[in-house]
Design a protein around this ligand. Structure first.
Ligand code: 5GP
Length: 196
C-alpha cells in the first residue's frame, strides 16, 4: 500500500464512552501502521491498572495540566468529567506530522468537533454511533471499570453526545463490529488517498 498525497491530516474518532471507538481506532492502527499514529492525550485523571504513561495518556497532575493550559500548549482541552481534564497537546500533533504520518484521535465529542473546526478539510471527523443507549449501558457495565456513580455520569453524558452526531463528516454505526471495522478502513483509505 502507498500514500499518494500529503499525510499531514487528522482522523478524528469521537463517540459516547462505550460506543466502541477505541476498538475501531486500535484496529485502524494495526491495519495502517505505516501511515497513521495515535495521538496520546494528556489527562489529569488517575491511570487505570493496565494503563501506561506515554502510551495510553500523558498522566499529569491537575496543577501540571492547568499550567500547560496557561502556556497555550493545548490545541484543545476540556474538563470532560468534574475535576478530570483531558486535552490534545500541540507538540503531540507536531511529533506525528514530523514522522510523515496522519494523526488518529480517540476523543470525546466536543473535543472532536473542536479539532474539526480548527483543521477543516484536513480533518475527517467520524462519529461512532452505538446501536442504542441500552446497548451502551450494557457495554459499560460489562467493562466494569467504573463505579456506579461514574457509570451514571458517562451515561448521561452519552445521551447528550448522541445529539451531536449530525455535526460530524461521517456517522459510523457500530451495530456489527466486523462491518464497522471494514467501513472505518475504507474511510481512512479514501481520506488519506492510500492505494494498493
Ligand atoms: P477515559 O477516561 O475513558 O479514558 O476517557 C474519557 C473521555 O475523555 C472519553 O470520551 C475520551 O474520548 C475523552 N478524551 C480522551 N482524550 C481526550 C482529549 O485529548 N480531549 C478531549 N476533549 N477529550 C478526550
Amino acid at each position: 500500500m502507498q500514500a499518494t498525497a500529503d499525510l499531514r491530516k487528522l482522523l478524528i474518532f469521537s463517540a459516547p464512552s462505550g460506543a466502541g471507538k477505541t476498538t475501531i481506532v486500535r484496529h485502524l492502527l494495526n491495519t495502517f501502521p505505516d501511515f497513521i499514529e495515535f495521538s496520546v492525550s494528556a489527562t489529569s485523571r488517575a491511570p487505570r491498572p493496565t494503563e501506561q504513561n506515554g502510551r495510553d495518556y500523558y498522566f499529569l497532575t491537575k496543577d501540571e495540566f492547568l499550567q500547560k493550559i496557561h502556556r497555550g500548549e493545548f490545541v484543545e482541552w476540556e474538563e470532560v468529567y468534574k475535576g478530570a481534564y483531558y486535552g490534545t497537546l500541540r507538540s503531540e500533533i507536531d511529533r506525528i506530522f514530523q514522522k510523515g504520518k496522519a494523526v488518529i484521535f480517540d476523543i470525546d465529542v466536543v473535543g472532536g468537533l473542536n479539532l474539526k473546526n480548527q483543521y477543516g478539510a484536513n480533518a475527517l471527523a467520524v462519529f461512532v454511533k452505538p446501536p442504542s443507549l441500552e446497548v451502551l449501558k450494557e457495554r459499560l457495565q460489562q467493562r466494569n471499570t467504573e463505579t456506579p456513580e461514574k457509570l451514571q455520569q458517562r451515561l448521561s453524558k452519552a445521551e447528550k453526545e448522541m445529539q451531536y452526531a449530525s455535526l460530524f463528516d461521517v456517522c459510523l454505526e457500530n451495530t456489527d463490529l466486523h462491518f464497522a471495522l471494514k467501513k472505518a478502513e475504507q474511510l481512512v483509505k479514501s481520506f488519506l488517498h492510500l492505494s494498493e
